[in-house]
Design a protein around this ligand. Structure first.
Ligand code: FAQ
Length: 325
């Protein structure tokens, strides 16, 4: 029911109020939690921030898979810290969403029941250590490309959460590139692993930016409200332009025969991902969708005693305080 509600962006607000609100957005003002906002604005933010928070939490799983198998103690410590950072990002984002009147329990319920989405990228498996490099380099790289502009988004708590997230994501991207450097300059077998990781993660990384502009449902309204600062295709293009020279520096080949510099547009021409595959993953049919949701549901169920204990403790303290007053 609630998920249905947040999908709808239709707004029946008073036109004068809407115009005044839009004028504030156009003037670059930040909207803060207790201020009036159109219902569609609030729902769109809950959808996007919630999906983003879920992505950070589910996104721990593909890398968590390699913590016990990291090749050195140093790599293990770095990966552990990175995965922990992603949990932190999830928490900042859930807090930002909560300021819009949705509880964290409701958001988790919508994730666990499949009513809310998380990024398609996390439905792909991480098969080798080189995938830890590719995830940091490409997945965090795509995330930063999307999130740096969101530091200027119109909703104050979201914009502020994004500042810290971007700082940490840029560190993550570098650690991924550092793994790729080691692998690409290692033994022939290691270089093959690095190439294989790039081959498997390239197109799913391009999908992270969402459908092409002509198929994007929400972009126009979200950009008018400055909930999104760029279109999906603009960001995808910037990502390709930034990443291709990095692949060249690594001595790796982007798996796209059509890739070519286009001097006229000042960017690369590149092949689009398989959009049928993208929509199939969104429907739940990606290689790891079932595993990811199962892992989240198990974590929720197994964490029940902690939540109950914390709530009971808080209740006991509250009762003691009341008795003392
Ligand atoms: N995956 O009309 P649009 C990270 C859905 S964080 C799944 O273009 P919109 C950090 C979209 O929700 C990565 N669903 O939609 C990390 C909509 O469906 P709905 C996450 C997708 O919202 C790194 C429908 O398709 N980042 O990686 C995807 O304007 C390493 C129509 O699409 C964010 O969430 C997709 N890729 O634009 C963590 C950033 N693309 O909701 C761990 C914030 C589209 O109507 C390890 N989000 N859909 O049922 C955004 O900027 C936007 O939400 C977009 C989509 C750009 C993702």
């Amino acid at each position: 029911m609630y998920a249905q509600m947040i999908r709808s962006e239709a707004t029946q607000d008073d036109p004068e109020r809407l115009a005044a609100f839009q004028a504030r957005i156009d003037a670059g003002e930040k909207i803060e939690p207790k201020e009036w906002m159109p219902e569609g604005y609030r729902k769109t933010l809950i959808r996007q921030i919630g999906q983003h928070a879920h992505s950070e939490i589910v996104g721990q799983l593909p890398e968590g898979n390699w913590i016990t198998r990291a090749p050195t103690l140093e790599r293990k410590a770095i990966l552990l810290a990175k995965v922990q950072d992603e949990a932190g990002h999830g928490l900042y984002l859930y807090c930002a969403a909560e300021t819009l009147g949705v509880s964290r329990d409701e958001l988790f319920e919508m994730l666990n029941s499949g009513k809310m989405k998380y990024s398609s990228i996390f439905n792909y498996p991480t098969l080798t250590w080189a995938d830890m490099g590719a995830v940091g380099w490409l997945v965090d790289g795509a995330a930063i490309m999307n999130q740096v502009p969101l530091q200027r988004t119109s909703y104050g708590p979201y914009a502020r959460a994004m500042v810290r997230i971007c700082k940490e994501e840029s560190f993550h991207q570098r650690q991924g590139f550092d793994i790729m450097m080691k692998m690409a300059n290692g033994t022939p077998a290691q270089k093959r692993m690095a190439q294989d990781a790039l081959d498997r993660f390239w197109y799913p990384s391009l999908m992270m930016f969402g459908p092409s502009d002509k198929d994007s449902v929400h972009s126009a309204q979200s950009m008018a409200w400055k909930i999104k600062m760029n279109t999906n295709d603009e960001l995808r293009q910037k990502f390709v332009d930034q990443t291709v020279p990095q692949a060249e520096y690594l001595g790796l080949t982007v798996p796209d025969d059509t890739l070519a510099w286009n001097a006229e547009k000042g960017g690369y021409d590149f092949a689009q991902p398989d959009w049928d595959e993208f929509y199939d993953v969104l429907k739940g049919n990606g290689p790891c969708n079932a595993d990811r949701l199962e892992a989240r549901r198990t974590a929720w169920d197994e964490g029940a005693w902690v939540r109950e204990g914390m709530l009971a403790h808080a209740e006991k303290k509250r009762a003691a305080r009341m008795a003392a007053e």
